[in-house]
Design a protein around this ligand. Structure first.
Ligand SMILES: *[C@@H]1O[C@H](CO)[C@@H](O)[C@H](O)[C@H]1NC(C)=O
Ligand SMILES: *[C@@H]1O[C@H](CO)[C@@H](O)[C@H](O)[C@H]1NC(C)=O
Length: 772
């Protein structure tokens, strides 16, 4: 039975293939008729295939730099044999090989020869002392080397890119006998080599001698130099006598289209050379210009419209499907069992087993015919169907990413913590694309090891910051979901608010409220801004940051350690209200764990030395980092700076030793000293010193720090009216969750003396409810 079934299936397969074949042929003729280079172009010269953008005559190449001249000559022995030889447009340079995939062009260039003692050497036309002819394309600096062969020989390459930018490089080989030389090894004895600088188009190779070969004439009368594809030349001691018939060597050129980048070229659609659908553009890595390649799952010539052809993985047998279960799609394939079979279709999965016990033969043929006809109709449906497939593929891909990116983890979390997630929106890919103008370069707010942050505008005109992580391996997904879950649980006016996320893209995206005024680091270290950062503002920022960290550390259910407190992670809004950002590295700790051991993570200059040594993470690590930020605020110095003496490279060392030696006023930022109040400066310096103690145990808690700073602020602002409660103060009163306070409108953001007598701790603990 099974064999008859197989015949039926084979028949079916044949019918489908025939139909498909007919269709492909008709598509191919259609493409050929409309393709831009003339279809009658000669694409062969000798044994060389000449693919577009190259061509041998007008209308056959993209522009004249891709002209290959095909010279014919009849052999001197037999005039009936005509040979064709391809040459580059300029010079007499023979072309060996053209590769579309690598963007390489292999040509043959002559060696240069210096025979100072044989006066008739050059007149015999056996070579020149120098050579230059290439103009069109840069020579590959990854594949070629400059080689000099000889025992009194200097091989040189001179680039003449522009008249004021000439330079020469090369190598020297001097030796006095053949002793010590090794065949196949160009290591400096008898043969030396040197790499080629990148971006060289226009160059001269020359060879010289130091002593006219007078001492080595017996075994080495001449010197040789040449640029060659590295693997194509193997030194032999015989080459010192003469290079015999090695008068030219292959050299690799990196050809490119034009001198624009992909981005610029794409804008000018008529001149853009990646004509094929499903092709991609690459910038050249060797000078200006770009090249094209077919996308993954396609092959062919990306420079021709319709040139990239779907790879039929099923036909090519490079698939993972069970027998007969492979289904080809544009750009990919799928495994699914044929009708009448069940299973997942994967070779390593449950493969395919028949599920209909006794099908009659004729029935099967009818089924086969029906399938074939409907397939034909489907295929004739043409572009609309293809488009539909593409869209479906995209949707599938988005679903895949959603799962890959922890969408399920997050959904589960939403189910368990429904309420706290309510305010977190899950954005679609399209929404965010629109908001950032398709991730335009002009929207980039910042780049770092973690990825890129873009500015976006949502349809309701709300400005947001969109964080696009860089790489995305499993461990980082966990980190990412961690940040999402953490931030949805935090609602504090001094912590950057997470608005939502998008999981449909390959790398997950986080959407934050947009903080208008940049990072604290910008304000401290940018000279033009630093002077406007008064002591009052600095103290306010310090207090708010401390308050946010204290809040995180004392989160009732799960304390949170930020792990990467630094001035670039503290953002400021227009009123200089501090917002702590970047919770990518943060960790939750259960209450019964006071310390956990983790991979050390953080930023040099801010990293707690105790944590660095032991790997034991506690809240006190954040306290240390905060101490560095305080020192930064006080001194205006960078956390790590090579401008200071070596031992004081770390700001913490520099600061603590100055405080200990009573030199505080030497290192404080000038203009805050000039503002007057000396006492509070001293007190904050003391707090910073406490935070920077080496033993975590000796440092104060974030709560204590916040309380002290808070106290200093009150003293400074209202030295005589401690009890005078301000309206702003009310936002920290307990049990007032419905106050119409709104983070976003900034109306109440001129923060925030706290009422003097209430329990400070209570106030600090309380998250601000924004009233929505
Ligand atoms: C041309 O280069 C390709 C890729 O390096 C190689 O596979 C092919 O054999 C070469 N052809 C000739 C004629 O050298
Ligand atoms: C290198 O190879 C050539 C023949 O290919 C041989 O005559 C010569 O002696 C070899 N030299 C050394 C140092 O092995």
């Amino acid at each position: 039975m099974s064999s008859s079934l197989q015949t039926v299936l084979l028949q079916q397969e044949v019918v489908v293939k025939l139909l498909l074949g007919a269709l492909i042929i008709s598509i191919a003729t259609f493409v050929a008729a409309t393709a831009k280079p003339n279809s009658s172009c000669n694409r062969i010269c000798g044994s060389l295939e000449i693919p577009y953008p190259f061509g041998t005559s007008e209308d056959c190449y993209l522009d004249s730099s891709f002209l290959i001249t095909c010279n014919s000559s009849s052999s001197s022995f037999n005039s009936e044999t005509i040979t064709h030889t391809p040459f580059l447009r300029l010079g007499n340079i023979k072309v060996l090989n053209i590769s579309l995939v690598d963007g390489e062009l292999r040509v043959l260039i002559p060696i240069v020869i210096d025979c100072p003692l044989e006066s008739n050497y050059n007149s015999k036309n056996r070579g020149n002392k120098s050579w230059t002819k290439l103009r069109e394309f840069p020579i590959s600096y990854t594949k070629n080397v400059l080689i000099a062969v000889g025992c009194d020989t200097l091989g040189l390459i001179t680039s003449s890119a522009s008249s004021n930018n000439n330079y020469t490089t090369g190598c020297v080989s001097r030796c006095y006998s053949i002793k010590g030389m090794v065949n196949n090894s160009c290591s400096g004895i008898g043969c030396c080599q040197t790499p080629i600088p990148d971006g060289i188009k226009d160059f001269t190779v020359s060879v010289e001698s130091l002593k006219n070969h007078s001492k080595v004439r017996k075994f080495n009368p001449c010197g040789f130099a040449f640029v060659v594809e590295e693997k194509e030349y193997k030194f032999s001691t015989l080459d010192l006598q003469n290079m015999q018939n090695k008068i030219a060597f292959p050299l690799v050129l990196d050809w490119t289209i034009g001198n624009k980048t992909c981005k610029v070229a794409k804008k000018n659609t008529t001149g853009y050379a990646c004509k094929a659908a499903n092709s991609e553009c690459y910038n050249s890595t060797n000078g200006p210009g770009y090249r094209c390649n077919c996308s993954i799952g396609y092959y062919g010539n990306p420079y021709l419209s319709g040139g990239c052809i779907d790879i039929d993985e099923c036909q090519a047998r490079n698939h993972e499907c069970a027998h007969n279960a492979c289904v080809n799609h544009p750009g990919s394939y799928n495994c699914s069992c044929p009708k009448g079979y069940q299973g997942d279709g994967w070779r390593n999965g449950t493969s395919c087993v028949p599920d209909i016990p006794k099908p009659s033969n004729s029935k099967h043929i009818i089924i086969a015919l029906c399938i074939s006809i409907s397939l034909l109709i489907l295929l004739l449906g043409g572009s609309s169907v293809l488009l539909g497939l593409k869209r479906r593929k995209l949707i599938k891909l988005q679903e895949k990413y959603f799962q890959q990116n922890g969408g399920l983890m997050l959904q589960e979390h939403i189910l368990n913590h429904g309420r706290s997630m309510e305010t977190t929106k899950i954005f679609s890919n399209d929404e965010l694309k629109k908001a950032t103008n398709n991730y335009d370069e002009s929207k980039v707010l910042g780049k770092g090891g973690y990825g890129t942050v873009y500015k976006g505008v949502l349809p309701d005109k709300k400005e947001v910051a969109i964080k696009k992580s860089k790489i995305c391996d499993k461990s980082q997904i966990e980190q990412f979901i961690n940040e999402v879950i953490l931030l949805t649980q935090i609602n504090h006016r001094n912590v950057v608010k997470l608005i939502g996320c998008c999981l449909e893209t390959e790398v997950p995206l986080l959407v934050y409220e947009f903080i208008t005024n940049g990072t604290l680091s910008d304000h401290i270290h940018d000279i033009s801004r630093a002077s406007s950062l008064s002591w009052e503002k600095r103290l306010k920022i310090a207090t708010e940051t401390a308050r946010a960290l204290a809040y995180l550390h004392s989160e009732t259910s799960m304390p949170i350690i930020h792990r990467d407190v630094k001035s670039t992670n503290i953002l400021l809004d227009d009123n200089h209200t501090a917002k702590v950002a970047d919770f990518g590295a943060s960790r939750l700790i259960a209450l019964d764990q006071t310390e956990i051991t983790t991979l050390v993570q953080g930023t040099l200059g801010y990293l707690d030395p105790e944590y660095f040594q032991t790997g034991q993470l506690t809240e006190k690590s954040d306290v240390y980092s905060f101490g560095v930020v305080l020192a930064e605020l006080l001194t205006g110095e960078e956390a790590i700076s090579t401008n200071r003496p070596e031992t004081y490279k770390n700001l913490s060392m520099y600061f603590v030793s100055a405080v200990k030696e009573d030199r505080l006023f030497d290192i404080l930022e000038d203009h805050i000293v000039n503002e007057g109040n000396i006492e509070p400066l001293k007190e904050v310096a003391n707090i910073a010193k406490g935070c920077l103690r080496l033993r975590g145990e000796d440092r104060p808690t974030m709560m204590e720090v916040a309380t002290e700073l808070e106290g200093l602020r009150i003293m400074e602002k209202h030295p005589w009216e401690k009890d005078n409660q301000t309206i702003e103060g009310m936002e920290y009163l307990p049990d007032t969750p419905t106050l119409p306070f709104n983070i976003d409108n900034g109306a109440s953001s001129s923060v925030s003396a706290v009422s003097g007598h209430d329990s400070m701790i209570n106030q600090l603990l309380k998250p601000v409810d924004d009233g929505r």
